[in-house]
Design a protein. Structure first.
Length: 163
């Protein structure tokens, strides 16, 4: 049996679940990947739409980042939301920087992509779909992971995506 690589979805209070829903559906229907949620801690997170999510993993302080590597993980998804401020940025920067260093793709949508670019976390690393819409974000991720690819025009630098 082939071991499935994980896709990590970063969750926090106020994350926008609709921006990533189509992409997550494509990933979960794939036989090559599994989706896990990751947060700064193991407390239940409430999405902008009111969904409660108990994270599978946390990275401050319990998960050793050495356990998150390109052998086990293909992608980190950072959904948008209203809390991407410097407090969150300082904590997530550790995970994002680690993923980039390990060769793990990073996908960001909405406010998450704006925060990453504004704070220069991803200089010269960019992925821009034609439109900022959940279907386009899903197609970007499907393309990058090779899942039932639906072609769209896009710009890719160093395997990091923005939606």
């Amino acid at each position: 049996m082939i071991r499935k690589k994980q896709i990590l979805l970063f969750v926090y209070d106020g994350f926008t679940e609709w921006e990533t829903s189509f992409a997550l559906n494509c990933i979960r229907n794939s036989e090559r990947f599994t989706v896990k949620t990751i947060a700064m801690d193991k407390a239940v997170k409430k999405s902008a739409g009111g969904l409660s999510v108990l994270p599978d993993l946390d990275f401050i302080p319990d998960v050793d980042l050495k356990d998150i590597c390109a052998f086990t993980t293909s992608l980190l998804i950072l959904p948008g939301g209203a809390v991407w401020d410097n407090k969150v940025k300082l904590k997530i920067e550790l995970l994002v920087s680690h993923c980039i260093k390990e060769g793990i793709m990073v996908a960001a949508s909405g406010e998450a992509s704006q925060m990453l670019s504004a704070n220069e976390l991803l200089i010269n690393k960019l992925f821009v779909p034609d439109e900022s819409h959940p279907f386009d974000f899903a197609n970007v991720i499907r393309n990058a992971l090779g899942i039932d690819v639906v072609p769209s025009k896009q710009l890719v630098y160093d395997g990091v995506m923005f939606g």
